[in-house]
Design a protein around this ligand. Structure first.
Ligand code: CTP
Ligand code: ZN
Length: 142
C-alpha cells in the first residue's frame, strides 16, 4: 500500500465515500489553495471496504459548508503539531450562503443578478432549503 505520511498541521478529510474524493476536491476549490494537498483514492478501510481521503497541509480554516451538503458522512480532523486535536462529523448545514441558486424563475434573485443568497434548511430528509427572498423551497442537488 502507498504510504502517505502523517501531516504536522492541517486538515484531514476522512471516510469520504470511495470515488467521491475528486468531487469534494472540486467543490472545495482545492485546486485554488497554495498549500500542499493530497487526494488518496480507494484506500482499504477497516469498517467499510474502501474510502477516499484528502489531506491539506494548511494554517487556514476552510469553509466546509459545501461538504455538509454533498458528503455529510465525511469526518473532518484538525491536526496541530502532528496530533489530531479535533474531529467533526459533517452535518447538513442549517444555513447555506452563496452556494445554492433559487429554483423559482420569478424570484428576484433570478431576475436581477443577486449573489450570496441565504438559504435556510426546511427539510433534512429531502435536503430542502428556503430562499430568503421568496421563501420558495429549493432542493440541493449535486
Ligand atoms: N492523520 C494525519 N496526520 C496526523 C494525524 C492523523 O494525516 N498527524 C490522519 C490519519 O491518517 C487518519 C485521520 O487523520 O486518516 C484521522 O486520524 P485519527 O483520528 O488519529 O485516526 P482514527 O482514530 O483511525 O480515525 P477514525 O476513528 O475517524 O477512523
Ligand atoms: Zn427565491
Amino acid at each position: 500500500m502507498i504510504n502517505v505520511s502523517k501531516i504536522k498541521k492541517g486538515i484531514v478529510l476522512d471516510h469520504i465515500k470511495a470515488g467521491e474524493g475528486h468531487c469534494l476536491y472540486k467543490a472545495l476549490n482545492l485546486d485554488k489553495v497554495e498549500d500542499t494537498v493530497v487526494l488518496m483514492q480507494n484506500i482499504s478501510s477497516t469498517s467499510k471496504g474502501k474510502k477516499d481521503l484528502i489531506k491539506i497541509e494548511t494554517d487556514f480554516d476552510l469553509d466546509f459548508t459545501v461538504l455538509g451538503l454533498i458528503a455529510p458522512h465525511t469526518t473532518v480532523n484538525y491536526i496541530v503539531d502532528g496530533e489530531r486535536t479535533e474531529k467533526y462529523r459533517m452535518e447538513l448545514p442549517e444555513k447555506v450562503n452563496g452556494i445554492m441558486k433559487c429554483k423559482n424563475p420569478r424570484c428576484i434573485t433570478n431576475v436581477e443578478k443577486v449573489e450570496d443568497i441565504l438559504f435556510t434548511l426546511k427539510d433534512i430528509k429531502n435536503k430542502e432549503y428556503s430562499c430568503e427572498y421568496c421563501d420558495s423551497v429549493t432542493r440541493y442537488e449535486e
